[in-house]
Design a protein around this ligand. Structure first.
Ligand SMILES: Cc1cc2nc3c(=O)[nH]c(=O)nc-3n(C[C@H](O)[C@H](O)[C@H](O)COP(=O)(O)OP(=O)(O)OC[C@H]3O[C@@H](n4cnc5c(N)ncnc54)[C@H](O)[C@@H]3O)c2cc1C
Length: 429
């Protein structure tokens, strides 16, 4: 299917796992580099690779995530389960993963593009997409043993299994390392006890990356990461949460009641879970920052045609300077946020340079701007902005999540401040 489409194009393509990706005909030596955050032999995509990818994702969302699908996902508050296989056969679930387990090995700029375009079509499908493809798949890609990757990644990338990541607890959100879930060593593995809160995809997840304290008395140095499988005895989702926004991205409270996890399901080294967690958080924030970009674009997609069509006082409302001012603000906020996200992702892809302050900064900036843009969209639509027939109110409800999930705005400021403290430590008297 994909091959036929490729052959019609003027560019040379190689079909990789059902997604047409342009063959990079002339990789230069400056493209070759080693980064521990990319698959072996990774070559950063060219501008035209990324352009083509964006077109492919737009084709997909036009066909599969129509405005009706987005609205119904929000209204029913349930994820369209058939979407996982569709995302899988399009190749989007393994953007950063090794090709031999079904991934596209295209890097973080590409992952941001897919995340932005899916979120433009539906914020909540975008959030679930990121929890699966970034929080779960990419954590396994970065920290899994060859055996773990072979066992879990093919099904997750094909979309026949759903992934999640569980670190937050009702008493440990911003201060996540104060988690109380424990993992006690037992014969041939560990026994997990505790509960995890607000876990995206938790209600349907087959594979969950779970953080727990292997040596609670060691604090942050006693945390380990585990791969928990849905069928493990003692594991269940206690409830699905009823949220203000991101409805349809299923969020759950997970219970681990004496769950035996075999040793081969430990992710990374024992007591090195914080390293896995913190390194993962940088890339998670980077890829998630494309979610608010998509929501801002969606706000413009609604507000621009509406304000040019809606006539009051004898002319389109968009011909008033106050309205033009709002549209101009929305547009420049989106473009500034977009530049920040993609420049940060480009540095990761081209130099392996992960700057904590920029990963946190990109999502902090985009998230706040997305809430502002979505509110402006409501205002520009007047009464129609306030009714659920139009998507504007959904955009506000969805955008707000990005100021809270993956670390709140306040915590992101702390993260940026601490990165500066580290960089300028030699200046301290
Ligand atoms: C829809 C949704 C999906 C989520 N998905 C996941 C997931 O998949 N996996 C997962 O592990 N977690 C997930 N989370 C959890 C999320 O990461 C936490 O909710 C978030 O980190 C905030 O923690 P908290 O809710 O405990 O807030 P708290 O930590 O209780 O914070 C409450 C308020 O106090 C502020 N605050 C706290 N400490 C400080 C400080 N030192 N200085 C200044 N202000 C401070 C916060 O910024 C916030 O405004 C999700 C949450 C939501 C809502």
């Amino acid at each position: 299917m994909a091959t036929a489409k490729c052959l019609r194009s003027s560019v040379t393509y190689r079909p990789r796992f059902h997604l047409c990706i342009p063959l990079r005909a002339f990789p230069t030596s400056q493209h070759r580099h080693a980064s521990s955050k990319h698959p072996q032999g990774f070559e950063p995509p060219t501008t035209s690779d990324l352009f083509e990818l964006r077109e492919r994702v737009q084709e997909f969302t036009r066909r599969e995530i129509t405005p009706e699908v987005a609205s119904e996902t929000d209204k029913s508050n349930s994820f369209p389960s058939e979407m996982w296989a569709k995302l899988g056969s399009a190749g989007f679930l393994g953007m950063t993963a090794d090709e031999d387990v079904g991934g596209l090995a295209m890097g973080y700029q590409a992952h941001c593009i897919v995340m932005e375009e899916i979120s433009r079509a539906s914020g909540s499908i975008g959030l679930s997409y990121a929890a699966h493809s970034q929080l779960c798949v990419n954590q396994l890609q970065l920290n899994g043993t060859p055996g773990q990757k072979t066992k879990f990644l093919p099904n997750l990338i094909a979309g026949t299994q759903v992934g999640a990541l569980a670190m937050s607890e009702s008493g440990a959100g911003s201060d996540v390392v104060s988690m109380r879930t424990t993992a006690k060593e037992a014969d041939g593995g560990y026994v997990l006890n505790g509960t995890k809160m607000w876990i995206t995809n938790g209600p349907e997840a087959d594979v969950i990356v779970v953080y727990a304290k292997t040596e609670p008395e060691k604090g942050s140095k006693g945390i380990s990461a585990f791969i928990v499988e849905k069928h493990f005895k003692g594991f269940n989702c206690a409830r699905k949460l009823d949220k203000m926004g991101m409805r349809g991205s299923n969020t759950g409270e997970l219970v681990f009641d004496g769950v035996f996890v075999p040793k081969e399901n430990m992710l990374g080294e024992v007591n090195r879970g914080v390293k896995v967690l913190m390194e993962g958080l940088d890339l998670e924030r980077l890829v998630l920052s494309a979610g608010p970009l998509g929501i801002m674009q969606a706000a413009l997609d609604v507000a621009l045609p509406f304000t040019h069509q809606r006539t009051q006082f004898g002319s389109p409302v968009a011909h008033n300077q106050l309205v033009q001012g709002k549209l101009a603000d929305m547009y420049t906020k989106l473009q500034a946020s977009r530049s920040y996200t993609y420049e940060t992702a480009r540095k990761v892809d081209e130099g392996g340079d992960i700057r904590t302050q920029d990963c946190a900064g990109a999502i902090m900036y985009a998230a706040e701007r997305a809430t502002e843009c979505a509110l402006d969209c409501v205002q520009l639509l007047g009464g129609m902005g306030y009714v659920e027939e139009m998507p504007a109110s959904r955009l506000v409800r969805d955008a707000k999540l990005y100021e809270i999930g993956a670390g709140t705005t306040e915590v992101r400021k702390i993260v940026i401040g601490r990165a500066f403290n580290k960089e300028f430590s030699s200046y301290a008297p």
